[in-house]
Write a new protein. Structure first.
Length: 211
């Protein structure tokens, strides 16, 4: 099916429990806040993925978009998964194709997320850097939720510390050539689950061939 130009802009019917992406309409309206997000799907690589009827996506709230090759970032993701017993937070590596609709919705690029990770809490509630980290902590059980007390520190100071570590994270903690794959028992926490499963299958096949 040929996608018409009028189909390049998507309508997200949004509420606090689910971001529903419906193909063929013209804008994003946050029902909770009445805020209009004009979202254009004409970016390279996005059209084929998200504007065809067979690829209707569910965009969830409470999603962390993170650097999938960063050892420090992956350690943070694993820690949140371990303590977040209610599974309130989901994750998506910024290098994945599944991240593209979220980046478009947020109006950020991959390079932006590589500098400062993003937490999409809900409609019109998109957080970056130290604020994103503290917002994530607020969803965790006590005592971890108490970390949100650091909101009293001005964001400029918090983000200065965040940026100092972020700029040196590869040198201090290391990075991988490809996205670090999570263990199979926590795949349900990842938006890019299908891509992860495909990579796992490819890796297993390559190991068998080498043996």
């Amino acid at each position: 099916m040929q996608v018409q130009p009028s189909m390049l802009v998507q309508r997200y019917s949004v509420d606090k429990s689910l971001f529903k992406l419906a193909v063929g309409n013209l804008a994003v309206r946050s029902q909770g806040r009445g805020r209009l997000w004009e979202t254009f799907g004409g970016r390279r690589g996005f059209q084929d993925y998200a504007t065809t009827p067979e690829n209707v996506l569910n965009l969830k709230p409470c999603v962390v978009i993170y650097d999938g090759v960063c050892h420090l970032c992956n350690a943070g993701v694993n820690w949140v998964i371990r303590v977040d017993k209610k599974k309130a937070i989901s994750f998506c590596a910024v290098q994945s194709k599944a991240a593209e609709p979220y980046l478009l919705l947020c109006g950020v690029t991959r390079e932006d997320v590589l500098r400062r990770f993003v937490f999409i809490e809900g409609p019109g509630e998109i957080h970056h850097a130290s604020t994103a980290a503290l917002k994530v902590a607020s969803y965790l059980p006590f005592p971890y939720s108490a970390l949100s007390v650091f909101f009293v520190i001005p964001a400029t100071i918090r983000n200065a510390v965040y940026d100092y570590v972020a700029k040196r994270r590869y040198r201090w903690f290391g990075q991988s050539k490809e996205c670090i794959l999570p263990s199979s028992d926590v795949l349900d926490r990842f938006i890019d689950k299908l891509e992860i499963q495909k990579k796992m299958t490819e890796d297993q096949y390559n190991e068998q061939v080498q043996d």
